[in-house]
Design a protein around this ligand. Structure first.
Ligand code: R5P
Length: 311
């Protein structure tokens, strides 16, 4: 078995290799002068079970090309089995047609990864579980919830917790976390815009008064969804709002938005390498998902159960 990586998240790849007590495969993933990606593997991988770690995060298209070209290089080098380990699967939000004449890019990206030669995929908190079905190869979707729940329980001694989904679409994810927090009660932020052009109204379903709210979502991108939800919860009388997000995309002014928000703390995982601004923020903390991914890789290589990681 071997662990190879592109350039999207070297600290995470190193931490996964560290968990598995093995070195990263000796390879270079670099650019030609015109920015074309070039991959060269400097050791024999013939007959090996190879895991390529690469999030398709910013710059999404460059990182996706690196992943595809790593897989192609491995296939042509006669690796026995190639698993694309994509901790953050970019393009996942384009999983259906939002209007006429629009693409379903998540399906296209799934096809590209399969066509490049991946035999399996391992991802973390796919935006929608159904995206597994976009791949015609075995796809494991890991959940960050156990890592988050352990952190909440370690820090929340005696607080009156309430798990909150920032939108109706995230209820299943929120319920799964609540279950791990001794069946904490659940609330939902229901966003409504009655007419186009009117500003959004945030209704809170559930009584959050005096509660320490744990907002959970898969992605923070611009931060709008999360910061607005945090404000609505505080306006409804919550004692505090802490947010747990798997994928810290944090585009544009998101870090500044979080800094200026009603959030007490934003906890993200390292599926995406935190930017310098995120690392410097006093409100943002990063939990490592490397042991979870490392353990899943070990189990895939040993052909033992991955789902039992979440029992
Ligand atoms: C949406 O369905 C996702 O779960 C996130 O809520 C969304 O992508 C967050 O985006 P932003 O931070 O830009 O509001």
């Amino acid at each position: 078995m071997k662990i190879m990586t592109g350039n999207s998240n070297l600290p995470l790849a190193r931490a996964i290799a560290g968990y598995l007590e093995m070195p990263l495969t000796d390879a270079s993933v670099r650019r030609f002068a015109d920015e074309e990606v070039f991959v060269e593997i400097h050791e024999n991988v013939r007959g090996e079970d190879v895991f390529v770690v690469q999030s398709t995060s910013f710059p999404a298209n460059d990182n996706l090309m690196e992943l595809l070209i790593c897989i192609d290089a491995l296939r042509r080098a006669s690796a026995k089995r190639i698993t694309a380990v994509v901790p953050y699967f970019g393009y996942a939000r384009q999983d259906r047609k939002p209007g006429p004449r629009t693409p379903i890019s998540a399906k296209l990206v799934a096809n590209l990864i399969t066509t490049a030669g991946a035999d399996r995929v391992l991802a973390v908190d796919l935006h929608a579980g159904q995206i597994q079905g976009f791949f015609d190869i075995p796809t494991d979707n890991l959940y960050a919830a156990p890592v988050m729940a352990a952190d909440v329980l370690a820090r929340s001694g005696g607080q009156d917790l309430m798990v909150v989904s920032p939108d109706v679409g995230g209820v299943v994810r929120a319920r799964a976390l609540a279950k791990r927090l001794d069946n904490a009660p659940l609330a939902i932020v229901d966003k409504r815009r009655d007419k186009p052009g009117q500003s959004e109204v945030m209704n809170i379903i559930g009584d959050v008064k005096g509660r320490s709210c744990i907002l959970i979502d898969d992605i923070i991108d611009s931060g709008g969804t999360l910061c607005n939800a945090a404000q609505a919860l505080m306006d409804a009388g919550a004692a505090s709002v802490t947010a747990y997000l798997t994928h810290g995309v944090l585009s544009g002014g998101a870090v500044a938005r979080v800094e200026g928000s009603a959030l007490k703390e934003l906890v993200i995982t390292d599926t995406i390498q935190a930017t310098e601004a995120a690392q410097a923020s006093s409100k943002i903390r990063v939990l490592s998902i490397a042991p979870l991914i490392g353990e899943a890789i070990r189990r895939i290589a040993d052909e033992s159960s991955v789902s039992s990681l979440f029992d």
